[in-house]
Design a protein around this ligand. Structure first.
Ligand SMILES: *Cc1c(COP(=O)(O)O)cnc(C)c1O
Length: 365
């Protein structure tokens, strides 16, 4: 076993905790990404020493040199996953090793170092132990973890940084759909692409999101909540700005764009494919065109469309708007297949449906 396979020792510095009443008030209506827990995790990496100085420390601002490379060249990757408080009181997370591996795949593309998988999982455990009171119970409530890795070397030369920092922050989140599930209207970006061959489409990096904000604004201006991106060269469907996409076809088939190098390997996507196969559905991972979507809806072959990702799990898509035509309708009812897959997956995550694939990992014991 090399030293990097060992789980690191974390130091702990106790924060001035938010008082109970204020925390309870936040947990009543947490929103998304607005309120953070009392602590955060930080681990440093240097080219000479590798990963060092793992700590759980009070949540708060970082002091950084303005020449720090992340500010200039955007060398950054991130992850997103949740902790769920089960009815037995235990706190669990969902397939964290998948997030750890994906962080490292993203890191490779951004020329950042790999964090050992056990250290990633331990960092979540450490934060949950410090801030367990922040993991809400009941319904679809959860604690959202945002692990991320940034280049943090004070140097304007263009090369991969010799100093890097990995951090985890966390925020309580309530149900994604507070007023019942409403199908999304999405906008087809015809002017801007998210990814191209050999680009960073497969990496979960801030730069992809930065590039999606202008088309996202175009979506808002056209009355849509999200953007759909197609392959820059072939015009086949890739994914939304931060969610993968599925189509329900015919009696018993799920279709989703194949992992073509431009698409983020969603863990929700992967889990849905498994659950659908468990039900005896056929799952096709292949190219899907806008024409297929359009003619499939016209002919009644495509009965449901949904987006998926950790934040919303499964979100039905009612319509696709493009500059030239509209597919579907805004007032489409959520589909049966979408909703039952959603119920099963959230049921597993929250400990209400049997975890037959061993996807849950306990964090607080
Ligand atoms: C994070 C992300 C997803 C969803 O991945 P999950 O692991 O299911 O949360 C999909 N697309 C993009 C671009 C993403 O960044």
């Amino acid at each position: 076993m090399s030293s990097s396979d060992l789980v690191m020792e974390f130091s702990f510095e106790e924060a001035q905790r938010l008082d109970v009443a204020a925390r309870e008030a936040i947990l009543e209506a947490p929103g998304f990404g607005k309120h953070f827990t009392d602590h955060m995790v930080s681990i440093e990496w240097t080219a000479e020493r590798g990963w060092v100085d793992a700590r759980v420390m009070p949540y708060g601002p970082l002091v950084m040199d303005p020449a720090s490379s992340v500010f200039h060249y955007g060398q950054e990757v991130f992850e997103g996953l949740k902790a769920y408080r089960h009815d037995d009181g235990g706190i669990y997370t969902f397939r964290p090793e998948q997030n750890a591996r994906r962080l490292n795949t993203s890191a490779t593309r951004l020329a950042l170092p790999h964090l050992p998988v056990p250290t990633f999982v331990e960092s979540l455990k450490q934060l949950v132990r410090a801030d367990s009171d922040w993991v809400p119970a009941g319904g679809e409530n959860s604690l959202y973890f945002r692990p991320f890795m940034i280049a943090d070397e004070s140097f304007l030369g263009v090369r991969s940084a010799h100093k890097v920092r990995y951090m985890v922050i966390a925020c309580p989140v309530g149900p994604y759909f507070e007023h019942g599930i409403k199908p999304l209207s999405i906008w087809l970006s015809t002017k801007y692409s998210r990814a191209g061959r050999g680009g960073t489409g497969e990496a979960k990096c801030g730069g992809n999101y930065a590039a999606s904000l202008l088309p996202q604004q175009e979506a808002y201006d056209n009355g849509c909540a999200q953007v759909l991106f197609t392959d820059a060269a072939t015009n086949t469907i890739d994914e939304l700005g931060g969610m993968n996409i599925f189509f329900v076809r015919g009696e018993n088939t799920l279709v989703t764009p194949t992992l073509n190098g431009n698409i983020l390997h969603g863990i929700t996507r992967d889990s849905i494919i498994q659950l659908a196969r468990d039900r005896g559905m056929t799952v096709e991972e292949r190219d899907v065109t806008i024409d297929e979507w359009r003619s499939g809806v016209d002919s009644g072959q495509i009965t449901e469309v949904f987006a998926c990702g950790t934040a919303a799990v499964i979100t039905p898509i009612g319509q696709l708007k493009t500059p030239d035509f509209v597919i579907g309708a805004a007032d489409t009812e959520p589909g049966e297949v979408s909703m039952s897959l959603r119920a099963e997956l959230t049921g597993i995550q929250h400990g209400r449906v049997e975890d037959r694939h061993g996807w849950l990992v306990r964090l607080d014991a």
